[in-house]
Design a protein around this ligand. Sequence first.
Ligand code: SAM
Length: 296
Amino acid sequence: MTQKRWAIQEILNVTTEFLRDKGIESPRLCAEVLLSHQLKKSRVELYLEFDQPLSTLEIAGYRFLIRRRLKREPLQYITGHQEFWSLDFLVSPAVFIPRPETEILVEEALKLKQRDLLSDSFQPKILDLGTGSGAIAIALAKEIQDATIWASDISFEALALARDNTKHHNLNNRIKFCQGDLWQPFSNSSITFDMIISNPPYIPAEAFKMLPPEVSYYEPRIALDGHENGTHFIKRIIEESGIYLKPGGWLLIEMDPDQTERALYLIDSTQSFRYKERLMDYRKKYRMVKAQKING
Ligand SMILES: C[S@@+](CC[C@H](N)C(=O)[O-])C[C@H]1O[C@@H](n2cnc3c(N)ncnc32)[C@H](O)[C@@H]1O
C-alpha cells in the first residue's frame, strides 16, 4: 500500500483545524509559522508551493513541532526567533520574549533624540536596564548611530543571548554589557547617562496564577516577577535613577497600566525630577512613564 503524500496546502488546512480544536490561539498562523520553520521556507514560499508534497521526514519533524506547541511552548521558543522593531531577534527560554508594546519605549527615546532634548545630543550615553535579549539596546544602537549604549541584566544566560543578538546585527563594539543586580554594575563608577530605559519585571506575584501557561511555565520567572504589587523594581529604579542620570537626563520605564499612578507618585517623592508624564501603548493603555531629572 502506498503512503499518503501530504501537500503543503492540505497539511496546513488539517493542522489549522487540529490546533483550533485544541484551543491554540491563532491556529492558522501557528500552523504556517511551524511549517515554514520545518521546511526552512518563508510563509510566502509556502503559498507559492502549495501543491508541493512533503517527505516522510518533513512530516515527522512538523509533527514534533506541533506537539511542542500543544504543550503550550511559545512559538518563539520553538522557532528561536522574534521580531521587534522590524528586526529579527534570537530568543531562547533564557530570555523574555520581546513584546510589541515595548516598542513605544524605543519610539519615545528616538523622539527625545530627534527633538534635541537629550542633555548631550552628541554621542549620548544610554542605559538599557534589564536588557534580556537586547531588544531595546539593539534597536537604539541601530537608530542612534552616535550613541554609546550600556545593556545590563542580572541573568548571565540572558546577557549571552543579547551578545549573540549584537553579532547577529553586526553591532559588535556598539554595546557594553554588564551583569549584576540593577544598579550594582555602576555603583563603583562615576558614570551618568543621558537616558535610562527599562522594561523591568512588573507582574505582581499575586497575578502569576492568572497567566497563560505560555508565560507562567515557559518564560523565565526572573524576567516577569515584580514581587508584591509588581512594583519592586519600578520603585528601585525610580528611587536611584537620579544618581545615574545627568542633569536634564531622561528616565523611561515600561509598566502595567495599573502601576503608572504609583510610579508618578514615587517620581514626585524623590524630588530628583522636574517633569513627568504617562504615555499610552497601541491599545490606548498607560504603559510607560517618562521623567526628566532636574537640571541642578
Ligand atoms: C521584562 S524583561 C525585559 C527584557 C527586555 N528589556 C525586553 O524588553 O524584551 C526584564 C529583564 O530584567 C532582568 N532582571 C530581573 N531582575 C533583575 C535585577 N535585579 N537586575 C537586573 N536585571 C534584572 C531579567 O533577567 C529580564 O531580562
